[in-house]
Design a protein around this ligand. Structure first.
Ligand code: AGP
Length: 608
C-alpha cells in the first residue's frame, strides 16, 4: 500500500527519495511523486504508473535541495492519475499522506465555503489545504499541523513541508506506521524501514497521535496535547541483501527458495528436543496461566488467516483446547463470543494490516491476553500485543506471501507445543514434533530441488483458466493457500475444497478445462481421498497431484505428479505447500503477470 519517505539533511534529498520509493515498490502502488524545497519554493514532480516514469521525468528536470518528501500511492479516493498522486500542495504547504481522512467531505465543504478550490479528488489535498489554513493562525508548522489534525477523523501517516520553514519537516501518525531514521547529519522519515536501510540502523517508531518535528540530525516528538514525548532509539537489524533479488528473477522465487533458511531462523533457539517442547521467551504469560486457558482465538487476514486455519488443527491436537479462527475484517464488526480465559492470537506478516490491528484492539478492549505472531519487528501489532513470537523470516518483499506463511504456521506450532506440553501433550509426541521441525529445512530443500520439474508441469497447465485445489484435514487449509497463490500471482480463478466435498457440488465443474490440484500424500485419510481422485479422472479433469515419494500408483492418474518426502503430520502440510508456491510462480511467469507486484494488490493493507 502507500509508501512515505522524507529526508532533511546535508545531502541532496532527491536520490534518497527515489531510492526509498524504489525500496517500497513491493508494497503495491499506482502512482508516485516527490517534492523538494529549494530557495524558498517547493517543486513537485509526480507521475502515474511506475516509479520508472517518475525517475525518467526527474532525469530531464532534476529537483535540487536538501529537504524533501516522496510517496507511492495506492488509489483510494480518486483514480490513479498524476493529478491525484502525492505530494499535494496548498499554497506554501506540501504533504504526503498514507491512510484515509474519513470526514474529508465535511472539511472540504467548510474550506470551499471559505474560498478554497481543489484540483484533485483526494482526501489528502483537503488535508493539505486545512493545514495551510491553520498556518495563518499558528506560528510554527507543528502547531498548525496539530490544529489541523485535531479536526480530522480517520487515519494518517503524514509528512509536511512548508516553503517558509526549509529547515523543518513535520511528521504525524495515527493508525498508519511512521518511523524516523537518525544520523548525526540527517533525519529520515519512512513508513517502512526498508526505505532507509543502508543509511542508518538507528530508528524511532512513532506512536499513534504523535507529531515529530524533524531537523537535520535531530528530532523532537510531541503528543496531541503538545506535550513533549521521550522516545527510545532502537537498532534495526536489516541488511541490504535481504531486500535485493540476489540473482533471482523475482523476489517471489527468492523468497520461496530461501525457506530452508527462514524455517531454521524461525525455529532457532526455540526447540528443546530433550523435553519435547519449545521455549518462547516473549509470550509473557505466567506458566500457571497455561492451565487456565479455555480457548484460543486467532484473528488474521488472507494468507495469515489460512495459516491460522492450519494452526488451529495443530493447536487443538497439542493442547486439547478449542481454537476459533476469524477473518479480521469480520471479527472487528460483529459481536463475537469471547469467553473468559480466551488467549487471543494475532497473525500478521506486516503487523500493520488495518483489519487485524482493529481486531487486536477489540480483543484487548474485551480484556483478553493477546499474542502477536508477527514478522516485521517494531510493527504496530508487535508493539500493541501483550506478548508474542517474532517470525524471523526476514523482509518479505513479494506481495504474495510465501516464506512468512510457512513461518506463521511454525510459530503456531511452537505456541501449541509450549502450551500443550504444559497441559496434556506427551513427551513422546512432543519429541516427535521437535524432531520433525528440526528435519524440516532439509526436507523443504529436497522439494525445492524439484523446481525444474514443477516448472515443466506449470508450462503444460498454464493455459487453463480455472482451478480447483482439493485436500483433506490439514491439507485443506493448504489447498486454500495454494489456490490463493495462483489467484494472486497468475490471475487464474482458483478455489479450494475439502476433497470430501467434491461430490456435494463442485464436481459439476470438472471437465477437461478444469485444473484440479489434488493434495494426496500418504496420510490417515489417503484411502478416503482415492475415490475423489477416481471421480476427477473419470470426468477428464486436468490433474496435478502432490504425493508421497515412492507412491508410483499416482502416475496411473497423471504424469503431473510432484513428490514430497514422508513426514510427521505436523510438517507434512508445510512440505505439501512448497510445490503449490512454485507452481503458482511458474504459471505466473508463463502467463506474463507482474509476479512480485500483482495488479490491484498491496503488500500491507493499511486501510479498510
Ligand atoms: C498474501 O499472499 C496476501 N498478499 C495477503 O492475503 C496477506 O496475507 C494479508 O493481506 C495479510 O497480511 P499480513 O500478514 O501482513 O497481515
Amino acid at each position: 500500500m502507500c509508501g512515505i519517505i522524507g529526508y532533511i539533511g546535508k545531502d541532496q534529498a532527491l536520490p534518497v527519495l527515489i531510492n526509498g520509493l524504489r525500496r517500497m515498490e513491493y508494497r503495491g502502488y499506482d502512482s508516485a511523486g516527490v517534492a523538494v524545497i529549494n530557495d524558498g519554493t517547493t517543486a513537485v514532480t509526480k507521475r502515474s504508473g511506475k516509479i520508472a516514469n517518475l525517475a525518467t521525468a526527474l532525469d530531464t528536470r532534476p529537483l535540487t535541495g536538501h529537504t524533501g518528501i516522496g510517496h507511492t500511492r495506492w488509489a483510494t479516493h480518486g483514480a490513479p492519475t498524476e493529478l491525484n498522486a502525492h505530494p499535494h500542495q496548498a499554497g506554501h504547504v506540501t504533504i504526503v499522506h498514507n491512510g484515509i481522512i474519513e470526514n474529508y467531505v465535511a472539511l472540504k465543504a467548510t474550506l470551499t465555503a471559505a474560498g478554497a478550490t481543489f484540483a484533485s479528488d483526494t482526501d489528502t489535498e483537503v488535508l493539505a489545504r486545512l493545514i495551510e489554513s491553520e498556518t495563518k493562525t499558528h506560528k510554527s508548522l507543528e502547531a498548525a499541523v496539530l490544529a489541523a489534525l485535531l479536526q480530522v477523523e480517520g487515519t494518517f501517516g503524514l509528512v509536511v513541508l512548508d516553503d517558509r520553514h526549509p529547515d523543518t519537516v513535520v511528521a504525524a501518525r495515527r493508525g498508519s506506521p511512521l518511523l524516523l531514521g537518525l544520523t548525526p547529519e540527517a533525519t529520515y522519515i519512512a513508513s517502512d524501514a526498508t526505505a532507509i536501510i543502508g543509511y542508518t540502523d538507528r530508528v524511532v517508531y512513532l506512536d499513534d497521535d504523535e507529531i515529530a518535528v524533524c531537523r537535520p540530525g535531530s528530532y523532537a516528538v510531541i503528543d496531541f496535547e503538545a506535550k513533549a514525548k521521550e522516545h527510545e532509539e532502537v537498532e534495526i537489524k536489516l541488511e541490504l541483501a535481504a531486500i535485493e533479488k540476489s540473482g533471482y528473477d523475482h523476489f517471489l522465487l527468492k523468497e520461496i527458495m530461501e525457506q530452508p533458511r527462514t524455517i531454521a531462523d524461525t525455529l532457532r533457539g526455540r526447540l528443546d528436543l530433550e523435553n519435547g517442547t519449545s521455549h518462547l521467551g516473549g509470550l509473557n504469560l505466567p506458566p500457571d496461566y497455561y492451565q487456565t486457558i479455555s480457548r484460543f482465538l486467532t484473528v488474521a487476514c488472507g494468507t495469515a488467516y489460512y495459516s491460522g486455519l492450519l494452526g488451529k488443527l495443530f493447536i487443538e491436537r497439542m493442547t486439547g483446547l478449542p481454537v476459533d479462527v476469524e477473518v479480521a475484517s469480520e471479527f472487528r464488526y460483529r459481536n463475537p463470543v469471547v469467553v473468559t480465559n480466551t488467549l487471543g492470537m494475532v497473525v500478521s506478516q506486516s503487523g500493520e494490516t488495518a483489519d487485524t490491528l482493529a481486531s487486536l484492539r477489540e480483543m484487548k478492549r474485551r480484556g483478553i491476553s493477546t499474542l502477536g505472531l508477527v514478522n516485521v519487528v517494531g510493527s504496530s501489532v508487535a508493539r500493541e500485543v501483550d506478548g508474542g513470537v517474532y517470525l524471523h523470516a526476514g523482509p518479505e518483499i513479494s506481495v504474495a506471501s510465501t516464506k512468512a506463511y510457512t513461518s506463521q504456521v511454525l510459530a503456531q506450532i511452537l505456541v501449541g507445543l509450549q502450551i500443550g506440553r504444559a497441559r496434556s501433550l506427551s513427551i513422546t509426541e512432543g519429541k516427535a514434533i521437535v524432531q520433525a521441525l528440526q528435519d524440516l529445512p532439509a526436507q523443504v530443500q529436497s522439494v525445492l530441488d524439484q523446481r525444474d520439474k514443477i516448472k515443466a508441469i506449470a508450462k503444460k497447465l498454464a493455459h487453463l483458466n480455472s482451478a480447483m485445489y482439493l485436500g483433506r484435514d490439514t491439507l485443506f487449509p493448504v489447498a486454500l493457500e495454494g489456490a490463493l497463490k495462483l489467484k494472486e500471482c497468475a490471475y487464474v480463478h482458483a478455489e479450494a475444497y475439502p476433497a470430501g466435498e467434491l461430490k456435494h457440488g463442485p464436481i459439476a465443474l470438472v471437465d477437461d478445462n478444469l485444473l484440479v490440484v489434488f493434495l494426496h500424500p500418504k496420510t490417515a485419510l489417503y484411502d478416503k481421498s482415492q475415490s475423489s481422485l477416481e471421480q476427477i479422472r473419470a470426468r477428464g479433469g486436468q490433474l496435478m497431484i502432490v504425493g508421497t515419494e515412492g507412491d508410483q500408483s499416482l502416475t496411473d492418474f497423471t504424469d503431473n505428479v510432484i513428490y514430497i518426502p514422508e513426514a510427521n503430520p505436523y510438517t507434512l502440510p508445510l512440505l505439501a505447500n512448497i510445490p503449490l508456491q512454485l507452481f503458482a510462480y511458474y504459471v505466473a511467469c508463463e502467463r506474463g503477470t507482474d509476479v512480485d507486484q500483482p495488479r490491484n494488490l498491496a503488500k500491507s493493507v493499511t486501510v479498510e
